[in-house]
Ligand binder design. Sequence first.
Ligand code: 3HC
Ligand code: NAI
Length: 694
Amino acid sequence: MEGPVRYETHGDIAVFRIDNPPVNATSLAVRQGLVDAANRFAASPEKVAVLVAEGRTFIAGADITEFGKTPLEPHLPDAIQVIESLEKPVVCVIHGTALGGGFEVALGCHYRVMLKGARVGLPEVNLGLIPGAGGTQRLPRLVGVVAASDIFTSARQVSAADCLALGIVDELSTAEPFEAGMAFARKVLAEGLPVRRVSELPVPPTDAEALAALKKKVARANPGHVCHLKGIEVAELGTKLPFAEGRAMEREAFWELMQTPQRAAMIHAFFAERKVANLPEIKGIQPRTLAHVGVIGGGTMGGGIAVACLLNGLKVTLIERDAEAVERAHTGIARTLADSVKRGKLGADARDMLLADRLVTTDDYHSLATADLIIEAVFESMDVKKDVFGKLDEIAKPGAILATNTSYLDVNDIAAITRRPQDVIGLHFFSPAHVMRLLEIVVADKTAPDVTATGFALAKALKKVPVRAGVCDGFIGNRILKHYRTAADIMVLEGASPFQVDRALEAFGFAMGPYAVADLAGIDIGYLTRKRLAPTRDPRERFGEWGDVLYEMGRLGRKTGHGHYIYDAETPRGRPDPEVEDIIARERKAKGITPRDFTDAEIVERYMAAMINEGARVVGEGIALRPLDVDVTKLFGYGFPRFRGGPMHYADQIGLDKVLATVEAAAKEDDFFWQPAPLLKQLVAEGRTFASLN
Ligand code: 3HC
Ligand code: NAI
């Protein structure tokens, strides 16, 4: 049987053709095929070789499915070395994206032709790794240590034009990959171009100041990560060593990182992100047409949803309550688009076209009569939502999908207002909706499968990560959030300061602690939630009430310059306000609580145990399909540190028995809040992990 690397002869030109769908990853057979092709070329009469890949992209990197298993020879750096050591020139053609090991294969070739529109990158840091097949050693020899380190620590993709300008590639082409390679090979023959090995180039001098500044920036941008600075260290040291020694040092560092929990966590995140989008229940089901989207409510969420749709080619009709609100919504959308223009993400002409031709803002609901999908984002009140869905039932065309962006409310109740509950679904976006990648797709009891399929198609069109959720108060994300936020509040009532809680969780890796988040979202949100839940609250439930005091003082968080933290010119990111400690101390006293000290480790342990326990309940009840759906929700919607893989992956890493022990110990003091989830107990009893359910 033919392997994934074919050897062809075209007169004096040999072609190594890689064909390993879907993305030509360098799995074992590809590595062996490259070595075999190189050896055959060395012994052949052909004078020059072209290395080209079939399909949508050049090599997208090492085969990630092999990570964590025993690596089999030939290893990629060795295969690349065999190619680079050849005594006859090899021309590489880059199309699509040459990433990680793929880019490193290209750097091992003697000449590089790149198709316009193609990109290269070294995204290994996204997997908790550094480039391991010469990337930290060869790229600095082409562009210098600082530029190379910037490329692999940012994981950014470099455009063809930039590659040419930086000297990473020799020529750009608009031809098909094979033709582009053949044309360059003919030039090599005609001009007698020699073998030219990147490993033999001297490293350009390093600007020490620029390197120090980059290290600082990288450390600040990636707290908790180990791989980024390791990569820079290896690249910098490599400039002082012969290439072979630098390469060996890179390899050792790569293997050390391969053994870390961070690598396992980030690869879990990589595959989980892709698995959530392949929902088994909609396999083979055709989504409905999706070209014209209606949005009701042009506030924070409606405006953001409209922008997300516009930026991704959908036509939008946005409805507000009256002329003034219509004007406000339109201005808000125009401002967000102007911001995209300012940041170079959108051309000014494209922006003008979107506003003139693709967006209608109006207070006339009848304009929704032709919409394929209508997303409601009005106030979080069941009465208002029912009123809106009643109107939509009258106006929307047959087969139109009616969606709600509610954060907590019952989608079944909303669907029941209409005569078409099969067309109703929850589409829960996150703020800001044109930036945040998570989209919870809430499937109600009567939602038709092709409506669910259209929700997933919408996520794809908007480049979002869709997670299927069942109906319950808060779905997956907000339901779990409410639980761990309560755990934090209880710790504060028992004696921890909110600032210590934030510090401990930020040190764990969260982008922000819960009280900094509360200030950002607005203290009024927690206040309104407490009011909403008051009538159904169990008397045994413990909860913090200092937020009500802050609310009554008009301290609503960042928007008023004052919440748990003080935000002013001196500290725009906020500084702790000691007065909050006094307010909390008064609440403790009124509730008869004697405060005690918490260690940071204890805070993290309890907070995570609450998150994992509720996550287990959400999976056990079928609200989330699998533990990985909980992980993706928290990673993409709630700032959970990617290098920890998500709460359920983290739970497996520390041990489910340990999590259960924390829950049970806390239950001795509060057996209402700390009820162990049946699924957690079951898995511990059976000696299984959450991963076994993925
Ligand atoms: N290994 C194994 N499988 C891979 C893979 C890889 N490197 N890259 C992608 N795949 C798989 C995906 O899991 C997916 O499988 P599925 O269809 O069964 O879900 C399929 O290929 C298609 O991938 P996407 O859905 O992501 O397709 P897109 O077209 O959206 O994106 C891509 C293509 C830009 C190549 C994107 O897949 C990507 O970024 N891949 C990862 C690239 C990467 O991280 N490379 C570095 C690897 S580490 C390395 O090379 C170490 C070296 O230095 C030694
Ligand atoms: P908002 O208050 O910023 O905007 C609501 C808008 O709806 C207002 O502009 C209002 O004029 C308009 N509106 C009210 N009734 C209307 C009606 N009958 N017809 C047309 N327009 C009407 O609120 P926000 O934050 O945008 O929230 C909207 C919904 O999205 C809520 O259900 C909320 O729970 C949910 N949500 C909010 C998130 C957030 O972070 N703000 C995140 C995810 C969901």
